[in-house]
Design a protein around this ligand. Sequence first.
Ligand code: PMP
Length: 428
Amino acid sequence: MSNFNSLAVSELEALQTELKEKYEEYKSQNLNLDMSRGKPCTEQLDLSLEMLDTVTSNSNLKTADGVDTRNYGGLEGIPEAKEFFASILEVNPKNVIIGGNSSLTMMHDTVSRAMFHGVYGSEVPWIKFPTVKFLCPSPGYDRHFAICELFNIEMIVIDMLEDGPDMDQVEKLVGEDETIKGMWCVPKYSNPDGITYSNEVVERLANMKTKARDFRLFWDNAYAIHHLTDTPDELKNIFTACEEAGNPDRVIIFSSTSKVTFPGSGVAMMAASENNLDFFRTQMFVQTIGPDKINQLRHVKFFKNTDNLKAHMEKHASIIKPKFDRVLQLLSEELGDKGIASWKKPNGGYFISLNTLEGCAKKTVQLAGEAGVKLTGAGATYPYGKDPKDRNIRLAPTFPSLEELSKAIEIFCLCVQIVSVEKLLAEK
Ligand code: PMP
C-alpha cells in the first residue's frame, strides 16, 4: 500500500469502505483488550514471588545494625536498603531516603511540602507566590501533571527533542522567571517516548542559571534499570553534574522497585544533597514514624547484590521484549510507509509513543475504544490533558498476552488508518 497522502479521492473512498468493513468485523467480536497502563504482566510479577515465600518468613528480621524491622522507627529507611539502592540511584547512601511503596507519593509529598514550607534555601513557601510554575517536557507522564494540577501549579509545555527536553526553551524560561520553581524529568527511557537525556542535556540542566534560587529538578528515574537491549542507554549522573556545577541542591532524584518487584508493594526511594535531606527529615518526622522496614529488608535479602538485580531485570526484559517487538513489527507492517504515523523504538522503559497526523489522536483512541481496545486517553501525555497537535498516543505493551496484544494493535492500526483517511478526505 502506498503513501495515503498520494491517493486520489476515489482511491481513498474505496480504501475507507474496505477499512470500515474490517473494523465492523472486529467490533462484532465484542473484545475487551486493555493497553492503557504500564503494568507488568503476571509472569513478571511471578519473578519476585520468592521474596514473599521464603525471604522473611521465620528468618532474622533485624537489620545489620540490630534494629527490629517489625517495630516502629527508622524514618529514612534501613541502612542496608540505603546502601543497596544507592547503587541504582548512583549516589552515596548518605544521600538516600528509602520510603514506602510509591515514588509518586514521595514526589507528591515533596511538591506539597515545598508549597507549604518551601525547599532548602527558599525565602518563602512557594505558595506565597501568586503563581507557581513547573516546566513539563511533553509528551510526559500524566501523573506528574496531575500533581501540578492538584496544587494549582501552572504547567509550561517544553518540547521533547531526540535527546531530551529542548534546552534552549528551558534555559530561556528559567533564566527570566522566578516563579518557575520546578521541572519534571523522566531522564531515562522517558514515559512515553523512551528517550534518554544526552550528556549535554544533563550538563545544561545542572549548569543553567535559574532566576528562582530555590528551583528544583524533579528527577524521576523510574526506568533506571529497565533495559530492553544488551546495550542499554547511558545516563550521565545528574547528582555529580549538579555538584560540579556548584548547584548541589538543585536535584531531587526519585525511583522505585514498582516495575522491578511488585507495583504497589515495592520500595520507593529518593536522593538529594544533605542540605535538602535535612530539610525534608524535619518535615517527614511529623508525617510518619517510619516506613515499612520489613518490606525494605526482604527486598535487600531477595536481591542480595546488584548482579542478582541485573539478572532479575534481564528476566523482565526477556518477558516483555517480544511484546515490544511484536508491536513494532505490526506498526511497521500496517502503518509503515503510509505517511500517517510515526513512532519511536525504545531501548527500555514501558511504552511506545506514536504520533498520528495532527488532529487524529482523540478520534483514534475513541474508535479503538468502541471496538473494545482500551488505550491511554489521548492528550493524557500533555499538561491539562491537552495535546496541542492532538497526535500523541501512548501504547503500553507489557500487560496483555502476545495474542491479545497482536489483536489490539491490529485494531489500533485499523483505527489510525480510518481516522487518517477521514482527515485526508476532508482536506481534499
Ligand atoms: N514515574 C514514572 C515515570 C512512571 O511511569 C511511574 C509508573 N507508571 C511511576 C513514577 C510510579 O511509580 P511508583 O509506583 O513508584 O509510585
